[in-house]
Design a protein around this ligand. Structure first.
Ligand code: UT7
Length: 333
């Protein structure tokens, strides 16, 4: 039932949700040996949200979707596809189906997509392919993570970085020009060991011929300096390639919207591209690194505050575990 083959992609709504409880740097310094001064000067982070009580990936993702659908003026029953970019599902079999049910999006097919902190950008490009082929008209794309579940709260090199949250966008087919102007995606598994949330199990014999390995995922480990070097080298490159594919110059970019990993990374990437600081979107101070959620969460904040305006050109880029990195150049509405 292909229809509208060759349709363009429009981003017509966004929404977000964060846990109610904030943990500031002073609070964290009661958990590990650190200080507000160290965290703020090395990362730009002042506080982060932590999911507690009834809050979970499904609840945050569902609220973000409801806000995005409301902004877009789209009924949940009209959604064709729900893509949930996450590395921290409530259920390893996938959480997208629970979001579909909670929204009442009865027609939608729903599945999870895992590409760590690149998940939103990889998801945006994936969603666009379904729209461009004419397979689906309306897609809900969510970036959501609850990294606090898997943070090593005894490791001061990593636990200061992460927070929880969710963001969502509504994408629709349009005959009025494709607003996804260009993209470029990459992976390099040879560096996968520098950022992990890895399964570790123990083998035990089940029968004479069979061994099973069971265990659980282990808290996040990271080589911070390696990831930092990777980001400041690869992210400007991938944005330049995506701009080339979009056939626009860097001076036509209204907003640089990077995965919110570290303020120093955002500034270094902006400097390399020659993008001034007032065009670099950052909510690092209030939310920290929320993995797949960080781009749509910041997008929603900048749209709702009226800073991002219809027609603005946004250069977005995600990067992180895998390693994965990618950029998408799109216009808001
Ligand atoms: O989504 C992608 C995820 N990851 C990233 O984007 C991470 C990229 N990397 C970074 O953001 C930085 O590498 C960090 C912020 C994680 C660390 O900053 P750094 O400047 O690379 O610090 P470092 O690990 O080299 O540590 C410098 C010093 C060390 O002390 P010594 O060995 O020089 O005496 C650490 O023990 O700072 C110490 N340190 C801390 N001190 C106070 C490390 N973490 C802390 C801390 N509080 N939280």
């Amino acid at each position: 039932m292909l229809h509208d083959v060759g349709a363009g992609v429009a981003v017509v709504g966004c929404g977000s949700a964060v846990p109610a409880v904030a943990l500031d740097n002073d609070g964290l310094s009661r958990v590990v040996e650190t200080s507000d001064e160290w965290i703020a000067s090395r990362t730009g982070i002042r506080e982060r949200r932590i999911a507690s009580g009834d809050e979970c990936l499904r609840s945050l993702a569902t609220t973000a979707c409801q806000n995005a659908l409301e902004m877009a003026g789209v009924d949940a029953a009209d959604v064709d596809l729900i893509l949930l970019a996450t590395s921290t599902p409530d259920d390893l079999f996938g959480t997208a189906g629970q979001v579909q049910f909670a929204l009442g999006a009865t027609k939608a097919v729903a599945f999870d997509l895992t590409a760590a902190c690149s998940g939103f950008v990889f998801g945006l490009v994936t969603a666009a392919q379904f729209i461009r082929t004419g397979a689906y008209r309306t897609v809900l794309l969510i970036g959501a993570d609850v990294l606090s579940r898997w943070t090593d709260w005894g490791d001061r090199r990593t636990c200061i970085l992460f927070g929880d949250g969710a963001g969502a966008v509504v994408l629709q087919a349009t005959a009025e020009g494709d607003r996804l102007l260009g993209f470029e995606l990459h992976s390099d598994g040879s560096l996968s060991g520098s950022l992990n949330l890895a399964f570790a199990g123990q083998a035990r014999p089940l029968t004479d011929e069979t061994t099973v390995t069971q265990g659980t995922f282990q808290p996040i480990t990271m080589n911070g300096q390696e990831i930092y070097r990777f980001a400041v080298k690869r992210v400007p490159e991938v944005i330049e390639k995506a701009l080339f594919r979009a056939d626009i110059g860097v001076e036509q970019v209204d907003w640089l919207l990077l995965h919110q990993a570290n303020q120093r990374i955002l500034d270094a990437v902006g400097d390399r591209l020659g993008i001034p600081r007032d065009k670099i979107i950052s909510n690092m101070a209030t939310y920290g690194n929320t993995s797949a959620a960080s781009i749509p969460l910041a997008l929603d904040q900048w749209v709702r505050s009226g800073q991002i305006k219809p027609g603005d050109t946004i250069a977005s880029a995600g990067f992180g575990a895998g390693l994965t990195w990618g950029a998408a150049i799109f216009q808001w509405k």
